[in-house]
Design a protein around this ligand. Structure first.
Ligand SMILES: Nc1nc2c(c(=O)[nH]1)N[C@H]1C(S)=C(S)[C@@H](COP(=O)(O)OP(=O)(O)OC[C@H]3O[C@@H](n4cnc5c(=O)[nH]c(N)nc54)[C@H](O)[C@@H]3O)O[C@H]1N2
Ligand SMILES: Nc1nc2c(c(=O)[nH]1)N[C@H]1C(S)=C(S)[C@@H](COP(=O)(O)OP(=O)(O)OC[C@H]3O[C@@H](n4cnc5c(=O)[nH]c(N)nc54)[C@H](O)[C@@H]3O)O[C@H]1N2
Ligand code: SF4
Ligand SMILES: [Mo]
Length: 737
């Protein structure tokens, strides 16, 4: 049979690479990068080339599964949706709407059907116990965006292609391919900065691939970035004293900063961070004097006890150095489907904070969600308001959220659980029903979220490659099927049911089309693509490689969501964050590390994607990847050698892993990637379960969170490490709960 070529966007990570898929109508034969994609220009990573293998994976669940004791049986869709809705409905009638919790995982954001229909389903569910991967990830950036700019998604993106000085904290974009910075081929883009005479400076407790190729790398003690950032901001205030701010007409709070940041002298920050005071001064000076400069921080600065403070101070630094909303600085994208400026019905809303608190620990709501670090205790703490049923949608919180073992135990005590997922994994194995959606190649694709966070404005719609079989359902169909059943069993007003029905008729493509039409490049907007043309669904369907909407452009103050008396403004000093500086000041006195102390950080591997894609042989063969990296000096004092099996113990748990000695890691720090530990009973992942490794989140501590946002602290976890005895090593990987 001959071959055909199909072009589509990769849904696996934020880089949104364009793929050229060679296929015979039934199966994928080969996937390469699409050289004509205006953003990725032919770049592709090993994961993107394996979408065919994901589609063909014999372990991928293709029909609804119902639990029968420890067995699973396939059932039809109508029955599955009826039973799933009745699990949720029963718990809500008996114990109130919030007795049903939801957990939404990362792939939702890469699936436009789920993105556009998930919020409706959740609104109908009406529970305050909503959780998602946001609070083990970018919550601090979203909180800072909401408090400072007035919209939770108005997060600035480094203009990497035009900057001459880029400071990177807690990110490894050469491997992660960028986050809150959709930028395929970050390795090429970072060398582009150096090629035009610019510099890249990295602060990271590990000399990562990104750091190795940078102009300079500085070790920083995990969890201390807020001190470094406060000190850089303080220096910038000093340098800019007397010079009017370019944002003066719409900036509030500038005058308060100087007094608040006074204690963070470079010398004081140096003591706690381990970064030389001279380095801090030089970085601040360069950020101020370089015409096009940007300070960027990502996961490593989010998943720590001062995550929100870091998110805030990063924006403060870009404002003080005059690089916010300026070419080569930290800019805002203008997507064709505008989830920020568009009608509320098409977007996610501006955001909200602290409207309610979690029952057990009193952690604050953000954007309608509670922090994932509090999920386990909300499940296992008896009393009024306890969660009785759970629905997970494209999430694997057992491997992804802190103290996964506690969560796993708590799941067994639920009255009912439903999972929308195409794998029977560590989380979904606890469900009563698994509702498997279509594979990424069976539905259309549009990056509703990531075009809004990209380093260049582009738009691309990909139609489905394969048509789903009659017995397949898309994520959005599953969610709206559950929604309509919930409404029906509640005897909801016909209006509510008609609305839900209307959205179903529209389908994701119809909503997308409306959004493009009403968006900035649509009929009513005045933006145009690089050829001066408008963007519509029809246009995108004729442009399989995507359309180029041009480089990021300044858009302030018009795009700000924060207003007072009609005037839009930036709040440089949000009250909750300023108030928390007291806690940061108390932290400044933390003693230097004792030689026997070790803290655990994470890392990402190019061939891995959080806790999944581990069942794809091409991505997992070869050297095991879930090894514990330790500095040779730390190993020597413990009498440990490379390849030794070690027991790693934290407050919450213990795992056995193999040691890899690496002098690229800071002494006192060890690193383990997350998302492994598939060797649990009942997991149906024939390749992944054979992989060596353990879950880093069997060690992370759910009781430690960023006090402001409630974001999980996944980095800087104190651990104790000793040689595993022979039996522990034999017992690897640690077996099920
Ligand atoms: N220790 C530690 N923990 C971490 C992190 C860390 O760095 N260190 N990183 C955190 C971060 S940044 C994130 S984003 C989270 C991720 O946390 P989660 O989102 O909870 O976990 P994932 O591993 O992304 O699991 C995704 C699940 O979705 C399923 N899936 C994939 N595609 C689809 C689809 O199209 N539809 C449906 N319905 N299901 C699908 C997969 O089978 C898998 O079960 O992990 C966090 N946890
Ligand atoms: N290959 C691959 N790509 C991915 C993913 C994947 O799993 N695999 N996941 C995707 C997802 S969901 C996300 S959110 C992004 C994340 O993308 P990135 O934000 O680039 O995240 P990481 O690669 O985990 O890099 C975090 C860095 O922070 C460092 N770090 C840890 N603690 C600290 C600290 O206290 N201070 C400082 N300064 N640094 C610290 C770590 O050493 C690490 O190098 O990647 C995405 N891309
Ligand atoms: S970098 Fe991300 S988007 Fe690009 S091919 Fe790899 S996984 Fe897909
Ligand atoms: Mo993430």
């Amino acid at each position: 049979m001959g071959s055909e070529i199909h072009y589509r966007g990769c849904p696996l990570c934020e880089a949104m690479c364009g793929l050229e898929v060679e296929h015979d109508g039934q199966r994928v034969q080969r996937i390469r990068g699409d050289a004509r994609d205006p953003l990725s220009e032919g770049y592709v990573c090993p994961k993107g080339t394996q979408l065919g293998a994901l589609h063909d994976d014999p372990d991928r669940v293709r029909a609804p599964l119902r639990r029968r004791g420890s067995e699973w049986e396939e059932i039809g869709w109508d029955q599955a949706l009826d039973e799933a809705a009745s699990i949720l409905h029963r718990a809500q009638t008996q114990h109130g709407k919030s007795a049903v919790a939801s957990y939404l995982g990362n792939p939702n954001v890469h699936n436009y059907g789920a993105m556009l229909y998930g919020p409706d389903f959740l609104r109908t569910l009406g529970s305050r116990n909503r959780f998602s991967a946001t609070s083990v990830d970018q919550l601090p950036h979203m909180l800072a965006a909401y408090l400072m700019f007035g919209h939770q998604l108005l997060m600035p993106v480094p203009d990497v292609d035009h900057t001459d000085y880029m400071v990177i904290l807690g990110a490894n974009p050469e491997v992660s391919n960028g986050s809150i910075m959709s930028a395929p081929n970050m390795k090429g883009r970072l060398s582009g900065i150096r090629d035009r005479g610019g510099e890249v400076v990295v602060f990271d407790p590990r000399k990562t691939q990104t750091a190795a190729h940078a102009s300079a790398h500085h070790f920083i003690r995990p969890g201390t970035d807020a001190h470094l950032l406060a000190s850089i901001a303080r220096e910038l205030l000093r340098l800019s004293a007397g010079t009017p701010s370019p944002y003066a007409s719409y900036l509030r709070g500038l005058n308060d900063l100087e007094r608040m940041l006074a204690p963070w002298t470079p010398a004081a920050a140096a003591r706690v961070t381990g970064v030389d005071a001279a380095v801090i001064e030089a970085v601040a000076r360069k950020l101020y004097t370089e015409e096009r400069a940007v300070c960027y921080g990502r996961l490593g600065v989010c998943v720590q006890a001062f995550g929100a403070t870091c998110g805030w101070l990063l924006n403060v630094i870009n404002v003080l150095s005059r690089n916010l909303d300026a070419p080569g600085g930290a800019m805002f994208a203008l997507p064709a489907f505008d989830i920020i400026g568009g009608p509320r019905a098409l977007g996610l809303g501006r955001g909200s904070f602290g409207r309610w608190k979690s029952r057990v620990r009193g952690l604050p709501e953000f954007g309608g969600e509670l922090p994932a670090a509090t999920l386990a205790e909300e499940l296992d703490t008896p009393g009024e308001g306890q969660i009785r049923a759970l629905i997970t949608i494209a999430g694997n919180p057992v491997l992804s959220t802190p103290n996964g073992r506690r969560l796993e135990r708590a799941l067994t005590s639920l009255d009912g659980m439903v999972s929308v997922d195409f794998y029977l994994n560590e989380t979904t194995r606890h469900a009563d029903l698994i509702l498997p959606p279509t594979s990424p190649l069976e539905h259309g694709h549009y990056d509703v979220a990531f075009h809004a966070l990209a380093i260049r404005n582009t738009a691309r719609y990909s139609p489905p490659l394969f048509s789903p079989g009659p017995n397949q359902r898309h994520d959005w169909q599953i969610l709206s099927g559950l929604e309509s059943r919930l409404l029906a069993s509640r005897g909801a007003p016909t209006r509510a049911r008609a609305e839900a029905h209307g959205r179903r008729l529209l389908q994701p493509e119809g909503i997308l089309s409306l959004g493009l039409h009403g968006g900035p490049y649509g009929l009513r907007g005045d933006a145009r693509d690089v050829q001066g043309r408008r963007v519509s669904m029809k246009r995108l369907k004729r442009a399989p490689h995507g359309v180029d909407l041009g480089p990021l452009r300044p858009c302030l103050p018009e795009r700000l969501g924060r207003r007072s008396g009609g005037a839009r403004y930036i709040d440089l000093c949000p009250d909750v964050l300023c108030a928390d500086l007291e806690r940061l000041e108390a932290d400044r006195g933390r003693p230097a590390r004792a030689p026997e102390e070790l803290v655990l950080i994470g890392r990402r591997e190019l061939r891995s994607n959080n806790s999944w894609m581990h069942n794809i042989p091409r991505l997992t063969s070869g050297t095991p990847r879930c090894l514990l990296k330790m500095h040779p000096d730390d190993a020597a004092v413990r009498g440990l050698a490379a390849d030794d099996w070690v027991q790693v113990r934290s407050r919450v748990g213990e795992v056995a892993v193999r040691l890899e000695l690496d002098d690229a890691i800071m002494p006192g720090v060890v690193s383990l990637p997350h998302g492994y530990g598939h060797g649990r009973d009942g997991v149906r992942l024939s390749v992944a379960t054979q992989l060596e490794g353990a879950s880093a989140n069997d060690l992370t501590d759910e009781s430690v969170v960023d006090a402001v946002s409630g974001n999980a602290v996944l980095s800087g976890v104190p651990v104790d490490i000793r040689r595993a005895d022979a039996t522990a090593a034999v017992a690897r990987p640690p077996q099920g709960a």
